[in-house]
Write a protein that binds this ligand. Structure first.
Ligand SMILES: [Zn+2]
Length: 444
């Protein structure tokens, strides 16, 4: 059966194309792109934007070990709801993903689900203890696309040097969570005027910045690439910019909350504003935006970190770090970056698709002929208010509940299968949402 997505405004970051076009899909791959295409069934995308499915290289799906927060299945449905068709799952599960068997477990669960592409990241050190290196060649062989001890930095510079050397030799990217934990210990939000006013212990920005600097220097020493996760501060952006100028092979990501919110917006000790690294200040937002504009920051990731209501419903200092992000990703990009004119829609889509795909070296983020038909269709202009019952994720720990965002995902296809379609998309006869993605949040 040939599916044609008709009359949409197609944005293809690989070729730079941005204009009205149809897209033909056969056997799960893109078979043609052009005007007036015919097919067996068609999806009308008139008035909508059609892009490659988004690629989020930083999510926590919590399985195995913390299935009350999220599972691979519920995380995948949340992804489809947010227009995300490829994710990299972090390995800080229980037990952690630090051997080939555990990587295979995630790969198998993802295959059984038959939905979005789920690429596991595996631990860089055994048990995430920062001491002994994992068998990265085996991990890569089993399907891991990156190594990281995300949630923690690697304390020992000597161990990190060896991690970088080995990862570089094996050809698997290292994703760096940059934090001096001796300096951040006990802190619950950014250290500054806002933390002083609220009487909450602070995390100084230097805890992140000194480690971005150290970790990049060690990558240079090891002559290996490094990817800096969740950059939040002005100085952090400057360090990365300088390193790129020096020719060090560093890439970086930031997350929507770091340009949408500041620490001064933490009100009523709302623990859905608590994440690590923490929300920073106005001038940091400015620097993050400039970093996205000039390519210092290569891509946008969500750091989707679900926690149950019970876990978050405690005093701010005791609440776990982390917020969900997959389902508000597009709304934050359009409202916070595109509508104010900081980024063109084309550049924003590049940061959500082609660039992250390149970092982890997967065949995604493009609408080229012959690639898997991973496609997101969205309304660029629709404003909507985030509500607690909006989320397909098992958790709804979002700081954006009650916030009006702009840009709404209407339909998500992965390998030509419809994984999400909202009421505005009339699916033709013969086309329906894949059974494992038919989603009523109360049934998950
Ligand atoms: Zn992290």
């Amino acid at each position: 059966m040939k599916i044609v997505i008709k009359n949409g405004w197609v944005i293809e970051p690989s070729s730079g194309f941005s204009g009205k076009s149809d897209i033909g899909i056969e056997n799960g791959v893109i078979s043609s792109v052009g005007v007036n295409l015919d097919g067996d069934v068609s999806i009308d995308a008139e008035g909508m934007v059609v892009t490659p499915g988004f690629v989020d290289i930083h999510v926590h799906f919590r399985e195995p070990g913390f299935e009350s927060k999220e599972t691979i299945a519920s995380g995948a449905r949340a992804s489809a709801h947010g227009g995300v068709t490829s994710v990299v799952t972090m390995p800080n599960t229980m037990p952690p993903i630090d051997n080939a068997g555990m990587v295979e477990l995630v790969v198998r669960r993802a295959q059984d689900l038959d939905g979005i592409h789920i690429y596991p990241a595996a631990c860089a050190t055994k048990g995430r203890e920062g001491k002994e290196l994992t068998e990265m060649a085996d991990l890569l062989q089993s399907g891991a696309v990156a190594v990281t001890d995300d949630g923690n930095d690697i304390e020992s510079s000597a161990v990190l040097r060896h991690v970088l050397e080995y990862a570089g030799m094996v050809g698997i990217p290292y994703l760096a969570h940059c934090e001096d934990e001796a300096l951040s210990e006990g802190g619950a939000m950014n250290e500054g005027i806002a933390s002083a006013l609220l009487g909450i212990p602070g995390i100084p920005r230097e805890a992140e910045e000194t480690r971005i600097e150290r970790n990049i220097r060690l990558a240079k020493l090891a002559n290996a690439p490094i990817h800096i996760q969740h950059v939040t501060t002005k100085r952090g952006v400057e360090i990365i910019r300088q390193a790129k100028r020096e020719g060090i092979f560093v890439t970086a990501e930031t997350c929507p909350h770091y340009w949408m919110l500041t620490d001064s917006q933490i009100e009523n000790y709302n623990s859905n504003m608590k994440m690590n690294p923490p929300l920073r200040e106005k001038e940091d937002i400015q620097a993050i935006i400039e970093g996205l504009q000039d390519g210092t920051i290569d891509c946008i990731a969500t750091d989707h970190a679900p926690h149950t209501r019970t876990e978050k419903n405690v005093p701010f200092q005791e609440a776990p770090f982390g917020i969900v992000g997959l389902e508000t990703l597009l709304g934050c990009v359009i409202k916070g970056l595109v509508n104010p004119g900081y980024l063109s829609i084309e550049k924003a889509i590049q940061l959500l698709t082609k660039n992250p795909a390149n970092i982890i070296k997967i065949n995604a983020g493009t609408l080229g002929i012959g690639v898997p038909a991973d496609i997101t269709i969205f309304n660029l202009e629709e404003e909507w208010v985030v509500t607690e019952d909006y989320f397909f994720s098992k958790s709804s720990n979002s700081p954006f509940i009650g916030t009006k965002l702009c840009g709404k995902v209407k339909c998500t296809l992965c390998c030509g299968k419809v994984l999400y379609a909202d009421k505005d998309i009339l699916l033709p006869e013969g086309l329906s949402i894949s059974p494992t993605f038919l989603c009523d949040r109360f049934l998950i």
